[in-house]
Design a protein around this ligand. Structure first.
Ligand code: ZN
Length: 390
């Protein structure tokens, strides 16, 4: 997103904008998907090794995964292909190790051809925490309900054990970085598969300290949760996974990335699923610009944190410009709603947190104070508190 000629300016601008407090806190990366945080070469090679159908020739694969524009549905379709390469215990373990490495080395750098400024050895800011989210059921084989798939080619318990093992190995070599997993339910999965996952999460949480929270993700149009039965069923899954609300177990949810989610649906989803974070609640925020501020009022009242991913929102057309993203931030600030920044699928989007921030700074869409506050919010959020307390 930054032209080569602007590079010097980007470096200087980002360097100036990062306060000493922001650098001290470093980036606590709350929101990254395993499917989008792995280098495409590694994904392709593993897909080749496994004989995954639909990879195509390398240039075609790169064109497909390096999404430049498109809808959320295009984005999710790519994730499905990547998920298949990551299927099985070996695939999950390798994918997680690659994803952790990428997040620790890349996010504080500007990934540009000329010079790789803010190199992995001296990033603009360190990575202090990494959470990766994924859906174990989507790593069991061909799972998609709309294709008649039930998954279960691979054993979900074996997949989770491999995922935890990957986290343990990363913790050994990165003792200063808080590392954990958020497990996602799927809007594109049947209720029976989501429910099976819920029961497994409840069991896994007793075994694996790496699991720090739950999420719901996938194409919003596949299940908007505007139907009360769908929402009841998803709420039931959240309750089972979280232990019937008997103890604090952080919950986040993707909600509002497309106009399929209206304000009333976002409010019902946040309330019923007891979300403490909401990911990409962009359309409900924008609704306030035309007078409907119910979503903001609820998020403010319940102290819900917004997980924001600028680069991802630009690619899916969820926001039109850096200036519009700046307006989203200003709206949240006006309501006293806290937010954090992340990159969602940085490898597939060919972005990093440093690049997203530099782009926003160059556009005059963000202030040093907003960056520092977002870094602090991520540092203090319940998902990382849980990890640091462990
Ligand atoms: Zn996401």
């Amino acid at each position: 997103m930054i032209e080569t000629l602007q590079l010097d300016l980007a470096v200087q601008t980002l360097d100036r904008a990062l306060t000493s407090e922001a650098r001290r806190l470093g980036a606590n990366l709350v929101h990254g998907h395993v499917s989008g945080c792995e280098n495409p070469a590694a994904v392709y090679n593993r897909g080749l090794r496994k004989g995954i159908r639909g990879l195509g020739k390398p240039p075609d694969f790169y064109r497909k995964v390096h999404i430049s524009t498109g809808s959320l549905a295009d984005y999710v379709a790519v994730n499905h292909l990547v998920d298949l390469t990551q299927a099985g215990p070996d695939g999950v373990e390798e994918a997680l190790l690659n994803a952790f490495l990428s997040r620790i080395l890349r996010e504080g750098t500007l990934p540009v051809p000329a010079g790789n400024l803010g190199s992995p050895e001296s990033p603009f800011f360190p990575t202090s925490g990494v959470l990766l989210r994924f859906n174990p059921m989507k790593r069991t084989g061909d799972y998609r309900a709309d294709r008649g798939g039930t998954g279960m080619l691979f054993d979900a318990d074996a997949i989770m054990a491999a995922a935890h093992h990957a986290v343990e190995r990363c913790r050994i070599v990165n003792p200063d970085v808080a590392i954990g997993l958020i497990l996602c339910f799927g809007r594109d999965l049947s209720h029976s598969v989501n429910r099976k996952l819920a029961e497994k999460i409840r069991k896994w949480r007793k075994l694996y300290s790496s699991i720090v929270g739950i999420d719901v993700a996938g194409d919003e149009r596949a299940m908007t949760l505007s139907e009360s039965t769908d929402l009841d069923e998803m709420a039931e899954c959240f309750e089972i996974a979280a232990g019937n609300g008997g103890e604090e177990f952080p919950r986040t949810g993707h909600c509002g990335e497309t106009n399929a989610i209206d304000v009333a649906t976002l409010c019902a989803t946040v309330t019923r699923l007891k979300l403490i974070h909401v990911a990409h609640p962009i359309f409900p925020i924008k609704a306030s610009w035309s007078g409907d501020d119910r979503a903001l009022r609820l998020m403010s009242d319940l102290n819900v944190v917004a997980e924001l991913c600028f680069g991802s929102n630009m690619r899916t057309g969820t926001i039109a410009s850096p200036a519009e993203f700046g307006r989203v931030l200003k709206t949240l600030d006006d309501w006293g709603i806290r937010y954090c920044f992340d990159t969602d699928n940085p490898e597939l989007l060919r972005t990093t947190l440093a690049l997203d921030l530099a782009t926003l700074l160059l556009a005059g869409a963000i202030t040093p104070e907003q960056i520092e506050n977002a870094f602090r919010t991520a540092h203090e959020c319940a998902f990382f508190r849980r990890l640091r307390a462990a």
